[in-house]
Design a binder for this molecule. Structure first.
Ligand code: ATP
Ligand code: MG
Length: 213
């Protein structure tokens, strides 16, 4: 009978956490590449609430960061966005993100995606040793950061490092460019450029007047 041939595998779900202030093409390439390499069925983008490593600086409102993430991912059928971190009060810790998503999708295999810069700190994350049973971790290469896991003292078989196409883009650089009225086209998706302009995000400093020197 047909049912005895069933070979359905567990659904594989990637989790792409980030401040996304704003989301840029480096994030999207990272998620797309991990989805391809690990044959993921879905990648959930999870904008942080209050990011613990960024308590010293102003972060754009969670609602703006969430909406930019929705705009950037809307056209990809595998990409979705979750509000778990922005709806949880207080500082965001990855262990809570993993527990919430695991509770909502208990039958899925979770793959937490992180860049080479973030993975270097991973052993200092809250309850780091509780994370490994909830998800497999995939670190992606990032220009300017070491692509080696050596010296991080990670438990065996918890984190993979993969090389992805190099995009030397950071949200910090996009914010600085927007503040100076420099172009951010092609660094972030078109809809995100338009959202930044429409809402006047990152306009800390007065705009440079063109033509008058
Ligand atoms: P900021 O400069 O504000 O820290 P960011 O560009 O580092 O912004 P985050 O939201 O901090 O973006 O990053 C979310 C995740 O995406 C992190 O795991 C980070 O390492 C990874 N990441 C960000 N940019 C890249 C990139 N260009 N290539 C690969 N990974 C990236
Ligand atoms: Mg960062």
């Amino acid at each position: 009978p047909a049912h005895s041939k069933r070979c359905r595998r567990r659904r594989r779900v990637g989790i792409m956490g980030g401040t996304f202030d704003p989301i840029h093409n480096g994030h999207l390439v990272a998620a797309s590449e991990v989805a391809w390499v690990y044959d993921l069925d879905e990648v959930v983008f999870v904008p942080t609430g209050r990011p613990v490593f960024k308590l010293d600086r102003e972060v754009t409102s969670a609602e703006d960061r969430y909406l930019m993430t929705v705009i950037a991912t809307a056209s990809n059928p595998k990409f979705t966005v979750s509000r778990v971190d922005i709806d949880r009060p207080g500082v965001t810790y990855t262990i809570d993100t993993l527990r919430d998503i695991h509770a909502m999708r208990p039958d899925c295999e979770l793959y937490f995606i992180t860049g080479a810069d973030a993975v270097a700190e991973i052993m200092r994350w809250k309850e780091a040793n509780q994370m490994w049973s909830l998800a497999r971790f995939v670190a992606v290469s990032r220009p300017g950061y070491s692509s080696s896991l050596k010296g991080l003292e990670l438990p065996a078989h918890t984190v993979d490092m993969i090389e992805i196409p190099a995009l030397a883009i950071s949200s910090t650089d996009v914010r600085k460019r927007a503040a100076r009225d420099m172009p951010v086209w092609y660094l972030v998706p078109d809809g995100v450029v338009q959202y930044i302009n429409k809402h006047g995000l990152y306009r800390g400093k007065p705009r440079r007047s063109r033509g008058s020197g």
